[in-house]
Structure formats: C-alpha cells, structure tokens
Ligand binder design. Structure first.
Ligand SMILES: NC(=O)c1ccc[n+]([C@@H]2O[C@H](COP(=O)([O-])OP(=O)(O)OC[C@H]3O[C@@H](n4cnc5c(N)ncnc54)[C@H](OP(=O)(O)O)[C@@H]3O)[C@@H](O)[C@H]2O)c1
Length: 270
C-alpha cells in the first residue's frame, strides 16, 4: 500500500461516520497503523502511526491544537513574522490536519499577522470550515480568509457586535455571549458542534491555544519544536503560574520526527 493509498483511506476514516460500524474506528484506539496494513511502505506506515489515532470514525468529537515553536518557546519573531519557524514537513502536517478535521480555528492575531488561507493545498483533501475568533471585531474585511470564498468561513465575536445575517466579506458573522470579556472556548465548541463541526483543529496562535488549554478544552496538543533559537518574540503557551515542576501538566505523549523538527503530542484524552 502506498503513501497516497493510505492517505485517502485516512481521509475516509476521519470524515465518514459509517466507518464506526466496520471496526476501523475501534482499531484507531487499540492498534498501531502497521498492524492494520502489514505490507504498507515505510512512508505509509508513518502516516498511519501519526494520523490514525486522530481519525476516530463515527462522528466523535476531537479537539486538537498545534503550535510550531523554536527551542526557546517562540512561535514568531517580535514583529509577528512566523514564516517559517518550523520546516516544510510541519507545514505539510498542518495541511494534513486541516484535511482530517471539520473546522480549522485561529485567533484574530494570526489573521492580522499572517493573512492565512487555512485551506488544504499541500496534500489531497477537502477544505475544513474556517473559524476566526475576533471578539472585539478588530479585523477588517480584506483578509484572504474573508474574501477568497475557497471554504465556508465563520467569524465569531461578541454578540453585541453582530447583526442578524451579517457578513464580513464572504464570512458569516456569529455573535456569542462573552464571559469575563472573552469568548468561552467551551461555548465556541458547543456552537461549532451545533453546526455539526465536532472535529476541530486549532492552528494558533499562542493566545488562542493557551485559552483552550486553560479551559480544559483540548483532547490533544501538538507542539512541533524546530532547532532554532529566536531569542525573543511571540510566546508559545502562556498559562497561569504554578508552584514548581511537580505541578506541571505531564500527560502521556507521542513523538514524531518531521524533517529537522520534532513533534510532541500531548494526549489529554488518553
Ligand atoms: N508558529 C505557529 O505555529 C503559529 C501559528 C499561528 C500563528 N502564529 C503567529 O502567532 C502570532 C499570533 O498569535 P497570538 O498568540 O499573538 O494571537 P492569536 O492567538 O492568533 O489571536 C489572539 C486574539 O484572538 C482573540 N481570541 C482568541 N481566543 C479568544 C477567546 N477565547 N476569547 C476572546 N478572544 C479570543 C483575541 O482577540 P482580541 O485581542 O481582539 O480580543 C486575542 O487577542 C502571529 O505572529 C502569527 O504569525 C504562529
């Protein structure tokens, strides 16, 4: 079985609820990829090992965040420039993650600095619904994600700032109640779930991922570490102080080499 065959199979497992009944989804929890396809090529087995546990057929919800950071914990230079902290393999990984999930979500800071498209281009696959969190409506309509019409797009903001049926460019504007001046990650996920968007990939930036982690809303957190030292810049995770290393989060992890980089996945759902 080639890498392409395996990738297409993984897309089907991730997006097709009928896989719940044929045993494939159960296999995701209990088997390594190479057990399912003993004749798969090395590259195909690598895909299975990394992505099969993230596929979970049967329409089950899964929230995974990713950040690509330097050795000193920066996701961008101080001026916000982040292309590219990690290497091409991690960029392709982000595209694979988009293709495997119903929705890709980012904070307003990422749209402002990167003007990302958030579509699937590096690998075969369908675009996810794009979701931008901009509670204070700081973003204008000119960003690509609002203009290009490549995929359905939602802008989530303070309900006081949204009109019924409003659009920003081609994006649908959705107002949600704020809690302590913020969009509650739990409410955001509930709203997406009400639209059938239960597999959510959070692609940054540091503020947004930190808030979902603090709220206990991540099943998995992927951090790709690149062998580069930026010295200063935008922080990766920013969380409340703790008393010592013993009080840190120490979940089970999976580790993968992505070219020169190392991806560590924290499995809070294990
Ligand atoms: N290396 C990587 O993996 C990676 C990935 C993505 C982005 N980046 C880089 O990271 C930088 C942007 O990251 P960032 O951490 O500064 O910003 P960010 O997480 O992209 O966006 C933060 C903003 O999003 C809004 N927001 C997010 N979650 C919210 C919540 N629960 N409630 C209310 N508001 C929420 C807030 O907007 P308001 O302040 O308007 O309220 C907040 O300031 C850019 O330089 C980008 O290039 C790097």
């Amino acid at each position: 079985m080639t890498e392409q065959d395996v990738w297409r199979w993984l897309l089907a497992v991730a997006r097709d609820a009928t896989f719940a009944t044929d045993g494939a989804s159960r296999s995701c929890k209990t088997l390594e990829g190479h057990d399912l396809f003993p004749k798969a090529s090395y590259a195909a087995r690598r895909l299975l090992d990394l992505y099969l546990p993230l596929c979970r057929g049967g329409g089950g919800s899964l929230v995974v965040a990713h950040l690509g950071q330097s050795l000193d914990g920066r996701i961008a230079a101080a001026n916000g420039e982040s292309r590219w902290v990690t290497g091409p393999e991690d960029v392709a990984h982000n595209h694979r993650m988009r293709a495997l999930f119903d929705a890709v979500l980012v904070g307003a800071g990422t749209v402002r600095h990167d003007d990302p498209q958030l579509t699937v281009r590096a690998v075969p696959g369908e675009h996810p619904v794009r979701v931008v969190l901009d509670p204070a409506r700081r973003l204008g309509p000119d960003y690509r994600v609002f203009q290009d019409g490549e995929a359905d797009t939602l802008l989530l903001c303070d309900e006081a700032l949204a009109q019924p049926g409003e659009r920003l460019g081609q994006a649908e504007v959705v107002g949600l109640p704020l809690e302590d001046g913020r969009l509650s990650p739990r409410r955001v996920l509930e709203h997406l779930g009400s639209r059938g968007l239960v597999r959510v990939f959070i692609e940054g930036g540091g503020v947004t991922v930190s808030r979902f982690l603090s709220a206990g809303c991540l099943d998995r957190l992927q951090i790709t570490i690149a062998p580069v030292i930026l010295g200063s810049g935008r922080p990766s995770l920013t969380l409340p102080e703790i008393d010592g290393p013993g009080a840190g989060l120490r979940p089970p992890t999976r580790r993968f080499e992505l070219g020169e980089d190392i991806l560590i996945e924290c499995c809070f759902d294990a």
